[in-house]
Write a protein that binds this ligand. Structure first.
Ligand SMILES: CC(C)(COP(=O)(O)OP(=O)(O)OC[C@H]1O[C@@H](n2cnc3c(N)ncnc32)[C@H](O)[C@@H]1OP(=O)(O)O)[C@@H](O)C(=O)NCCC(=O)NCCS
Length: 211
């Protein structure tokens, strides 16, 4: 769902029948707009499962709290919000993430925190079709999708080094992350997960993870 943060006004909460969380009472309009649009998208995604949809709450670590029987994920970036919802009985977790391609300053920061030298070298081997900044953004987004989808199971924050890029196929839009540490008995060191990715626009990538 597209939204215009500059056009946001407080009446939007009432118009869309979403209760404004107390944590957002003093948030800047952009934050209110992205949260609200993400929640509206979530409500629609739940309704598409054929359920009476309620707006997900906010957990202690900012994770969305989905109604019983539903698992999902929310993302937003620069005027775009998206949500996905699935029947919780079918899966362990799901995560989605949308990112704009990084600029030069962000690239340097990501190279120091999100990927190791080895991961960056692997990523560069896939650069014949896509440039390195796009692929770096994709790996960053993939790790965030993984984090969102694994968080409910792991139950705590974990760093980017917990999952290592082990393959990337730009043609099929699939990459693999291998766990470098045991995050949970069902998420042991060495387990490999596939993350999907594709371009939403020339400068925007979306990744998704389900397990
Ligand atoms: C939590 C995090 C992944 C959010 O990603 P982001 O790119 O900053 O923001 P996005 O717009 O894509 O997503 C934000 C949404 O993620 C969801 N989210 C936030 N924390 C979450 C959590 N712990 N678990 C699941 N979903 C979470 C929320 O719905 C949030 O939107 P809302 O606050 O409006 O409800 C990111 O801020 C973060 O902390 N990353 C570091 C942890 C990490 O990725 N480790 C790597 C492991 S390999």
């Amino acid at each position: 769902m597209a939204f215009d943060p500059t056009a946001f006004d407080a009446s939007a909460w009432r118009r869309h029948e979403v209760r404004q969380p107390s944590a957002l009472l003093h948030a800047v309009p952009k934050r209110q707009a992205e949260f609200l649009t993400g929640r509206i998208a979530a409500r629609q995604a739940i309704a598409r499962l054929g359920l009476a949809a309620s707006i997900p709450g906010i957990g202690a670590s900012r994770e969305p709290r989905w109604q019983n029987g539903v698992a999902g994920s929310i993302t937003h970036v620069h005027g775009l919000a998206a949500a996905v919802a699935v029947a919780a009985s079918n899966i362990n977790g799901i995560g989605i993430d949308v990112e704009r391609i990084v600029d030069a300053a962000t690239r340097d920061a990501l190279r120091g925190t999100v990927v190791t030298t080895d991961e960056y070298a692997l990523l560069k081997t896939a650069c014949s079709r896509f440039d390195a900044d796009l692929l770096l953004t994709t790996v960053f987004s993939a790790k965030e999708s993984f984090f969102k989808g694994a968080f409910a199971t792991v139950g705590r924050y974990f760093e980017f080094e917990a999952a290592r890029l082990s393959s990337l196929d730009a043609d099929t839009g699939r990459l693999q992350l291998t766990l470098t540490q045991t995050l949970h008995p069902t998420l042991p060191e060495g387990r490999v997960f596939t993350i999907g990715f594709r371009m939403l626009a020339a400068d925007t990538v979306v990744t998704s993870f389900i397990w």
